[in-house]
Design a protein around this ligand. Sequence first.
Ligand SMILES: NC(=O)c1ccc[n+]([C@@H]2O[C@H](COP(=O)([O-])OP(=O)(O)OC[C@H]3O[C@@H](n4cnc5c(N)ncnc54)[C@H](OP(=O)(O)O)[C@@H]3O)[C@@H](O)[C@H]2O)c1
Length: 428
Amino acid sequence: MTTTSVRVGLLGCGNVGAALVELVRARADDIEARTGLRLEVSRVAVRSTTKERGVELAEGVLTHDADGLVNDPEVDLVVEVIGGIEPARELILSAIKAGKPVVTANKELLANVGAELFAAADNAGVDLLFEAAVGGGIPLIRPLRESLAGEEIRRVMGIVNGTTNYILTRMTEGGVDYADALAEAQSLGYAERDPTADVEGFDAGAKAAIIASIAFGRRVVAGDVYSEGIAGITSTDIAYATKMGYVVKLLAIAERHNGALGVRVHPAMVPAAHPLASVRDSFNAVFIEGDAVGELMFYGRGAGGLPTASAVLGDLVDAAVNQHKGSHASIGTLRKAVLRPIDEVESAYYLNVDVFDRPGVLAAVAGVFGRHDVSIRSMEQEGLGGEARLVFITHLAREAAVQATLRDLNQLEAVDRITSMLRVIGDD
Ligand SMILES: NC(=O)c1ccc[n+]([C@@H]2O[C@H](COP(=O)([O-])OP(=O)(O)OC[C@H]3O[C@@H](n4cnc5c(N)ncnc54)[C@H](OP(=O)(O)O)[C@@H]3O)[C@@H](O)[C@H]2O)c1
């Protein structure tokens, strides 16, 4: 087999970029033996050319000039691991215009302007691959696009944010409260100093938009995703969940219902026997339910330089082989999704209501549930001195009906406060 050299231009050399440089070096011989293509990172664009990166780069490889890199005739293929929307978007569009396949790990970019980039790549007849953008090292996009291309997917549910999964695992297994678990995640480098994007569910929301677009072939952007984070989860919620046989997880959910797509991120109580309940620490997993295939789960390291670089390298090999053959993988034009608003979504609910312990309270509370057609599956009462705590699990109910129930319960004189509401997923 004759060898063809493939010169890779790398945009960004941080956690993922630096790991990719090492991985390309380590795997180049094997990849060459299998494909006849010799990958070599020939140019690397960064902000600072003097920063220590922990990887060896030959003289002249590092540059400030990202525009120059994408248009350099000596670069065959471009990898974008800068992150954020600009200048990543402009640079990718330039590379595509120059006829170069692009591999990116950038979820924020794809969840906001993915359709524009996919259309540009399709028009130019080049690959735009993004396996690493969801679930880091876990193969998910390619299985959804290729292996499951013939499948009618009903629902995809994922634990797609390692930071929040670590925090919830520590709260569940270590008995620590939210603030301490977050501080621990920060000291271990799992959470950023400003953890908003993770703990408020925005990072998972971007990934949910990408998953929904690929699984259902419709355009879903980050702004379409209903997001709730984990900052309101208390040790009491965790204790009740454990007692009732559940585990609290932050789930990204995309599901089809009568032609509409419900795409959302929120914490949920998952039965302890459900495969997602066993996903601990900073691990990620995505659970897929299809009409013919049944249930599947993909599990692994959802972040980290090396696992993410592994997914980028897989795409790189694919893009290089396609380029060599003169073909490309097309996402095609995605039509805008018909969205199912959160108010119409159905699930079971866990509600925790503190009431004044007097005669007639239970009947008044039950009356409110009944008025909104929310049927109670189980109820536990616990004395708290002059007060009592009522813990309900409902049958399947519409979100709007449960929200109306909560509003009316708050109006009852006998109700002191509603301490929590969590959706219960995976019992159906
Ligand atoms: N880290 C993960 O575990 C992970 C997992 C999945 C996906 N991703 C995605 O991968 C991408 C990269 O993440 P990362 O963790 O590697 O980020 P990072 O460590 O912050 O690295 C970003 C790199 O981009 C460079 N850069 C920033 N602005 C630039 C510009 N205008 N021109 C040229 N270079 C520029 C930086 O240069 P300097 O070094 O000179 O500052 C740095 O090398 C993001 O989209 C992220 O969402 C990351």
